[in-house]
Design a protein around this ligand. Structure first.
Ligand SMILES: [Zn+2]
Length: 300
């Protein structure tokens, strides 16, 4: 950032479309975290969002440079949830590894610093997970933000709090703790039970259910924003379309649900009941871990 205290980014590359001017009178009360599902530059985000009905306020690239693509005062289309979009600032982060997903130390440090700066400028208080900082999957069915809500979450949030304490109270900022190298992916044919619903998990689910194996749950509509979930999409977690998924239709048939092929709240609750986990209608890590455990037994 050129100026953390005034939220001036290294680069301004403001979209000309695919956001909503203003916030319909709503106040910013949270930050929502995303990962690219790939390694995009600031320009790469711009090009992607100029051609898709999606956007976020900031992109933190793999070198820690920060771009602003939607002004804070406007509503970016990042959470697949209109109310969440109107009340949040969305930050995207570049991945430097896809298996497992991983953001660089520089991305983690600058993303966390940006969270701290936003919390300070908008009076949100010290950054706290689930209080004023949320993962994308809190609002819709997605694996996003992957490692930032997984094995990099604690380092990210600790760093955000250190930067906040420095910005607000003048506390010293400790040296950044370098991240350990990512764990090697399991290669014994078993899914990692990591709660992250990536392409490997979907492929196995498709094998078990007997549908086309492509690692994608396609055609997922979320009401009022026409967004759908395609975890294998290389450049963004949010786009639009909607035809339903054969995998989800097969799951719905097994569970006695209406077969619209959409992974909506009713279907997620039915899946959660089937897997014996809490029925909160969120396709989050606990549900995915139970699914992965079941798939490793070659059944759903
Ligand atoms: Zn996201």
């Amino acid at each position: 950032m050129k100026d953390w205290d005034n939220l001036i980014a290294d680069e301004n590359l403001i979209l000309t479309k695919h956001y909503t001017p203003g916030r319909n009178g709503r106040r910013i009360d949270k930050v929502v975290l995303h990962h690219n599902g790939g390694n995009l530059s600031i320009r790469g985000c711009y090009d992607t969002w100029q051609t898709r009905q999606a956007s976020a306020h900031y992109q933190v690239d793999a070198n820690g440079r920060i771009g602003q693509l939607v002004h804070d005062r406007d509503t970016a289309w990042h959470a697949a949830n209109g109310e969440a979009n109107r009340t949040s600032i969305g930050i995207e982060h570049a991945d430097i590894s896809t298996s497992p997903w991983r953001i660089s130390d520089a991305t983690l440090d600058n993303g966390a610093h940006l969270v701290a700066a936003i919390c300070k400028v908008y009076g949100l208080g010290r950054p706290q997970w689930g209080v004023n900082v949320f993962p994308h999957f809190h609002y819709t069915s997605t694996e996003c933000p992957a490692s930032i809500a997984g094995d990099q979450r604690d380092a990210y949030m600790t760093r955000a709090q250190q930067w906040y304490d420095s910005m607000v109270n003048g506390a010293d900022v400790p040296a950044q703790v370098p991240q350990a190298a990512p764990a090697a992916p399991q290669d014994d044919g078993r899914l990692a039970v990591d709660g992250s619903c990536g392409p490997a998990t979907i492929r196995r689910w498709q094998q078990v259910m007997g549908t086309t194996v492509d690692g994608v749950i396609s055609g997922q509509v979320v009401p009022n924003q026409r967004t759908y979930w395609r975890p294998a999409l290389p450049t963004s977690c949010v786009t639009y379309g909607g035809y339903g998924s054969d995998l989800i239709r097969r799951v719905q048939a097994q569970l006695g649900q209406g077969q619209d092929g959409l992974l909506g709240p009713g279907t997620i609750r039915a899946i959660q009941a089937h897997l014996g986990v809490a029925q909160d209608a969120s396709f989050g890590p606990a549900t995915v871990r139970a699914l992965q455990t079941r798939l490793n037994e070659n059944r759903f």
